[in-house]
Design a protein around this ligand. Structure first.
Ligand SMILES: Cc1cc2nc3c(=O)[nH]c(=O)nc-3n(C[C@H](O)[C@H](O)[C@H](O)COP(=O)(O)O)c2cc1C
Ligand SMILES: CC(C)CC(=O)C(=O)O
Length: 414
């Protein structure tokens, strides 16, 4: 019998015991316009709120009297071990939360053994973010992915891709839900501008250029609202060997007709037609990602910052998983605020989760150390959840671990 090494619990005097503690402490430190920029969603805040509350409808179905002394939280991504199934989502402007910005996030991710996404709107170049987490032998200790928008300026897009390749990024996360910026009242109300001194080196914008304009203006100038599956994915595949993952979903006109044709003329896919009927948009996008040969999808609604009123990602996940039928890798982000949330997402079929705002709150709270607290909190909670449900490895986390209450009924298995 082995009790294993005791799990270190964060017990500093700062009393950050969970992600909501961190959110509260960090938010108090941020000026109003930065706080609202980070913490808000779009329009009526429906989706951002649901992203985190939707997890609570699920109940855990634990198995007891299981030896969990050697429970192992690790998994693998891009052939590298992750300490637990988590990455930090690509989110712009980490340096508004702490001067070390994405470099601090990168170091914290390396310490925790998780992956990191680099936003096109990062405040440091890809090279600096990668080299912030070098091992003693000079090799980055974690994998990074580069987040790209579909951009009007193909030459710039190509320069970003070449730089990401040269610096060893493993994949492109193509953000598909942003042909235009979401309606963000906070940015309008506060006439939000990137603070003095911060740059967007990846999209080649210095501080003077970006302070002149709003994000709406920047998005309109850069993002390609003519983007589409048929043109953009083949182009990306033709220019890079990096993996291509689609982040977020966006309805592409004509797609429904295309799918109808597909199911009409390809009888072997009839089973899928049934599966997608539950949630047309996201299942369609999942199928398009498969059809166009992408490597993976991130079930994401951009943290509720783009189209308000879309479902919580944890609610969209099952339809995507069903439509995918094991043919594409599926990750999820949005509203994940505890280790139990990670557990539930895995039980519903995600391979890995990502968090956006919690990293920003960690930065605002205490730079790299704050992000480390955030990651360690989630790791400990995830491990405890695994042990208390009788799971010894992430492979043990299946649909059988969850239940949900139906109206006036007993707990139902999923
Ligand atoms: C301040 C902020 C900036 C973001 N910037 C980007 C971005 O540049 N590109 C992108 O694809 N997603 C961006 N996102 C969305 C995140 O990648 C991620 O989908 C989202 O934050 C996940 O939800 P969560 O914050 O509830 O964890 C941003 C999110 C926030 C909060
Ligand atoms: C820096 C931004 C324009 C990115 C952002 O806010 C977003 O993508 O949600």
């Amino acid at each position: 019998m082995s009790g294993g090494a005791p799990i270190p619990v964060p017990v500093s005097g700062d009393r950050i015991l969970c992600i909501p503690d961190l959110q509260k402490a960090a938010s108090q430190k941020l000026p109003t316009s930065a706080r609202e920029f980070y913490n808000s969603g779009s329009t009526d805040q429906i989706t951002i709120n649901e992203n985190s509350t939707a997890f609570s409808k699920y109940r855990l179905r634990p198995r007891v009297l299981v030896d969990v002394s050697k429970a192992d939280t690790s998994t693998a991504l891009f052939g590298r071990r992750l300490e637990f199934p988590l990455g930090v989502s690509p989110a712009g402007m980490h340096a508004m939360a702490h001067p070390d910005g994405e470099k601090a996030t990168s170091r914290a991710c390396a310490k925790a053994g998780v992956a990191m996404g680099i936003s096109s709107y990062a405040n440091y170049p890809i090279a600096d973010i990668r080299s912030a987490c070098l091992s003693s032998s000079g090799i980055p200790q974690i994998d990074h992915v580069i987040q790209l928008y579909t951009m009007k300026d193909r030459a710039m897009q190509l320069r970003i891709i070449r730089e990401a390749e040269a610096r060893g990024c493993k994949a492109i996360f193509l953000t598909a839900d942003s042909p235009v910026l979401g309606v963000r009242y906070n940015e309008w109300r506060n006439d939000f501008r990137t603070p003095e001194g911060l740059e967007f080196p990846i999209i080649e914008r210095d501080t003077e250029m970006i302070r002149k304009v709003t994000h709406d203006d920047t998005f309109t100038a850069f993002n390609d609202d003519t983007h589409n599956w048929a043109r953009d994915i083949p182009w990306l595949k033709s220019v890079t060997g990096m993996e291509i993952w689609i982040k977020g979903s966006h309805y592409f006109p004509g797609l429904h007709r295309f799918l109808q044709k597909l199911f009409c003329y390809a009888p072997r896919r009839e089973g899928l037609a049934t599966a997608i009927s539950a949630c047309i948009l996201t299942a369609e996008d999942t199928l398009m990602a498969i059809e166009t040969g992408c490597h993976g999808i991130i079930v994401s609604n951009h943290g509720g910052r783009q189209l308000d009123g879309v479902p919580a990602t944890i609610d969209a996940l099952p339809e995507c998983v069903a439509a995918a039928a094991g043919r594409i890798r599926i990750h999820v982000d949005g509203g994940i605020r505890s280790g139990t949330d990670i557990f539930k997402a895995l039980a519903l079929g995600a391979e890995c989760c990502w968090v956006g705002r919690p990293a920003i709150w960690g930065l605002a709270y205490d730079g790299q150390a704050g992000v480390e607290i955030m990651l360690e909190t989630l790791r400990i909670e995830f491990k405890r959840c695994m042990q208390l449900t009788g799971c010894n490895s992430v492979k043990d986390i299946t649909l059988a671990c969850l239940g949900v209450y139906r109206v006036d009924g007993p707990l139902a298995r999923l």
